[in-house]
Write a new protein. Structure first.
Length: 310
């Protein structure tokens, strides 16, 4: 079965959640068929992506053999986790170089996100950083380019101008930020064209729900998806030993990881970007695209991981 490319996936998904047939992915190696409506998230410009993507912060840096990491990312892509998150500074570019090999020949199927550092935004530094990223990835455009960490607010207009110039040149389709607080988002939106920011990528998982107090509702009010990094609790995925997650996973015949990810994307406005260099883990994670937690299960998770006071 030929999988839909991203444009076809978007066409089918536009306006509503993607249907089962469009999102169905057959893994020939194990004959695992993902069933159920795959979760998607819509950017304000209308682009729709699968709600679970793939991170790559330590990819290409020897945590796993490179061939295993390539196969893991490739498998994730074929199972519908088409958004791949990287950064020019992950392993000094080695993450991007490995991703180049994964997306070679199937660039249209991937939604590629990379990042520029706060010290690379003045003068022509952003354009140079973007060009270096594009070369390492072997592509002529990024689907999304993010400012990795906030600059001083006084530099926001230069950041926006740099991103908009890359967008006008066709090097990036959209841009956004990462690790911005609500006051920083407010200030960004005061800058002309600052409201073209497509997303804010921030820490979010069951064990760290702080953005639910302010940033998550702010982004929802502004129609802006949030990208959740470390959705499994970060390196080592310590969250996944939690008995409540394990029990709910057992009820659905899936892993605790799939439950944690399904929880992360439950409101329809969050894209989770788990990282894995293991094919087996990637297959577990992809199950979250079609996993619906019951109200009782969500209550149990709330009780196990209550939203902390501000
Ligand atoms: N914008 C930012 O400032 C920022 C900061 C941090 C991260 N990020 C992005 O977010 C991505 C994800 O965050 P993260 O890497 O910090 O944390 P994470 O995705 O929550 O956790 C990654 C860890 O989980 C393990 N894992 C993955 N799937 C698993 C499964 N099914 N079962 C058991 N373990 C599993 C991985 O090991 P295996 O490889 O062995 O599976 C790895 O140790 C990064 O790769 C990066 O792209 C962005």
């Amino acid at each position: 079965m030929r999988l839909p490319n991203r444009r076809e996936f978007n066409d089918v998904a536009l306006g509503s959640l993607v249907t089962l047939s469009a999102a169905m992915a057959l893994d020939a190696a194990t004959a695992v068929v993902l069933t159920g409506a795959a979760r998607t998230v819509k950017f304000r410009g209308g682009t729709i992506v699968a709600a679970i993507g793939q991170g790559s912060g330590s990819i290409g840096q020897g945590r796993h053999p490179a061939a295993d990491e390539e196969e893991a990312l490739y498998t994730g892509l074929s199972l519908g986790m088409t958004l791949i998150d990287t950064s020019g500074n992950y392993g000094e570019g080695r993450s991007e170089e490995l991703i180049k090999r994964v997306i070679a020949g199937q660039r249209d199927r991937a939604f590629v996100v990379s990042k520029v550092e706060a010290n690379e935004v003045t003068g022509d530094a952003m354009a140079r950083a973007c060009q270096a990223t594009l070369s390492r990835l072997g592509t002529d455009h990024l689907d999304l380019y993010l400012l990795h960490w906030p600059t001083p607010n006084a530099e926001f207009s230069e950041v926006v101008a740099g991103f908009e110039s890359l967008r006008a040149a066709g090097k990036v389709r959209a841009w956004g930020v990462s690790n911005f607080t609500v006051p920083q988002m407010e200030d960004l939106f005061q800058i002309p064209q600052g409201d073209r920011c497509a997303t804010n990528q921030v820490l979010y998982n069951l064990g760290d729900r702080r953005i639910e107090h302010d940033l998550l509702p702010w982004c929802e009010q502004h129609g802006m998806p949030v990208m959740a990094y470390s959705p499994l609790g970060g390196t080592g995925a310590s969250l996944l030993r939690d008995p409540t997650l394990v029990r709910i996973g057992a009820a659905h015949e899936c892993s605790a990881a799939a439950v944690a990810l399904a929880w992360t994307i439950r409101n329809g406005n969050v894209i989770g970007i788990p990282e894995s260099g293991s094919v087996a883990h990637v297959k577990e994670n992809a199950v979250a695209l079609s996993l619906t937690l019951t109200p009782q299960e969500l209550q149990s998770l709330d009780a196990a991981y209550p939203l902390p006071n501000r």
